[in-house]
Design a binder for this molecule. Structure first.
Ligand SMILES: Cc1cc2nc3c(=O)[nH]c(=O)nc-3n(C[C@H](O)[C@H](O)[C@H](O)COP(=O)(O)OP(=O)(O)OC[C@H]3O[C@@H](n4cnc5c(N)ncnc54)[C@H](O)[C@@H]3O)c2cc1C
Length: 405
């Protein structure tokens, strides 16, 4: 056994790093495992910009000082809270700076198994170590949840991949690439492919693309601000509720929560991306994938479209089809432990402290969007999760999971 701590955090993305910073300030003994900002460093394309505004892209620090604005000021990088898209490389550098400043003891290794023994957990690590912890917080993000359409699942990786497989889309220069999807990831990947010299076609089942509007000026007249408030996830009262009241969201009926978590703030392109997509390359609307086959020249895709059956030949198809939370895909949670975690639509059911039905086992981040709402799918939700879980853990040893419905 390499050591024993009160709390082990699995994951070092925005949620895990924020929580570790808060636990340090609260002097709660803990250890954190994971590769810092791994999703952002390996599963997003170079040249990407964040969709969230600057002010909504902060990791949560207890002193409120380790913001993206403070990082950019210290490093001489351009920053505005509204209206200036944040480049991916700036956000990654910010996350790594946050980690070095506030979470220097992060152990950059993966957790391969979590088992429960008596009143504690034992975590096995990829580097061969083992750690004992009274409580465990899983902050493993979405990388285990990439969603691939069934019809593409058996194609070889040479001709078909998920959008998360491409940190550098320039590798496709000169190739015919079909991108499936209509969210920010699909549209931005397509724009980057086009700008890198690929022959790109976007295909979506839906009859139109959706675009987010420009951010509203913060100094607009009071009446306009009351009619349409601006919040972390965007503008409007519904969005304000999702952004600022995850605790109230948890009180909605389960079926409403599942539906809103999956559909609210659904697929749409950022306003600044629009001119890089429209009239730049073909976008086939109302086309449903019906079949796919690899052949000597790449891949043949069949669709049902408005004009009947259609076929597209390409060198590669990229499924920008997002992520779907599914506890069974977190293979590091042992087979003996997992059945004890109650789920709703594949996600762990958690109480108001983010504790699952297994006492001492917590989940934060996108995995618990059906509990705390769409804000969990964004960096902005890290503040609520980190503060709430820190308060619960500071309250003392294991509690039974009250209110896990
Ligand atoms: C293309 C794309 C663009 C996005 N753009 C935005 C945006 O502009 N704004 C926004 O707010 N959100 C955006 N998101 C959503 C983003 O994923 C979340 O906001 C955020 O990353 C969630 O943070 P997290 O800490 O929960 O997870 P992640 O950032 O996914 O981090 C997960 C961490 O868990 C670790 N981990 C996984 N398995 C293990 C294991 N077995 N052992 C140890 N560690 C493990 C990883 O190494 C990593 O450190 C985007 C997502 C994608 C895919």
């Amino acid at each position: 056994m390499s050591g024993a701590v009160d709390v082990a955090i699995v994951g070092a993305g925005p949620y895990g790093l924020s929580l570790a910073a808060h636990l340090s300030a609260a002097r709660i003994s803990h250890a954190e495992f994971g590769i810092p900002m791994n999703l952002w460093r390996t599963a997003m394309p170079e040249g990407m910009f964040l969709k969230s505004q600057g002010f909504a892209s902060n990791l949560s620090s207890p002193d409120g000082q380790h913001t993206l604005a403070a990082f950019c000021a210290a490093k001489g990088r351009p920053y505005r809270s509204y209206g200036l898209p944040v480049p991916l490389d700036t956000f990654v550098a910010y996350g790594l700076w946050f980690q070095q400043e506030l979470v220097p003891a992060l152990q950059q290794t993966l957790v391969t198994e979590i088992v429960q023994k008596d009143d504690h957990y034992v975590l096995s690590l990829a580097d061969g170590g083992q750690v004992q912890a009274a409580r465990v917080v899983v902050a493993a993000g979405v990388e285990h949840f990439a969603r691939m359409p069934e019809l593409l699942a058996d194609l070889p990786a040479a001709v078909c991949s998920h959008s998360s497989a491409h940190p550098d889309l320039r590798a496709f220069a000169g190739q015919r690439v079909v991108v499936l999807g209509r969210g920010q990831s699909a549209l931005e990947s397509a724009a980057l492919l086009h700008e890198s010299g690929a022959d790109v076609t976007v295909v979506t089942r839906k009859p139109s693309l959706a675009w987010n509007g420009q951010p509203l000026p913060p100094d607009r007249p009071l009446l306009q601000r009351l009619a349409e408030p601006e919040a972390g996830l965007g503008s409007g009262w519904g969005t304000w509720f999702y952004s600022d009241h995850p605790g109230l969201f948890r009180r909605l009926p389960a079926s409403t929560r599942v539906q809103r978590a999956a559909t609210a703030l659904g697929p749409a392109g950022a306003y600044w991306l629009r001119e890089r997509v429209e009239r730049q390359f073909p976008v086939l609307l109302s086309h449903t994938l019906t079949g796919a086959q690899a052949d000597w020249a790449g891949v043949r895709l069949r669709f049902d479209g408005p004009g009947g059956a259609a076929e597209l030949a390409a060198d590669h198809v990229i499924a920008a089809t997002g992520y779907r939370s599914d506890l069974s895909r977190l293979s590091f949670i042992s087979d003996l432990l997992r059945p004890g975690v109650r789920t709703l639509a594949g996600s762990p059911v958690v109480d108001r402290h983010y504790q699952s039905s297994v006492p001492g086992l917590y989940f934060i981040g996108p995995a618990v969007a059906p509990a705390f709402g769409p804000v969990m799918r964004f960096v902005f939700g890290a503040d609520h999760a980190a503060r709430t879980v820190t308060r619960a853990l500071a309250a003392g040893p294991r509690q039974s999971a009250a209110g896990v419905r």
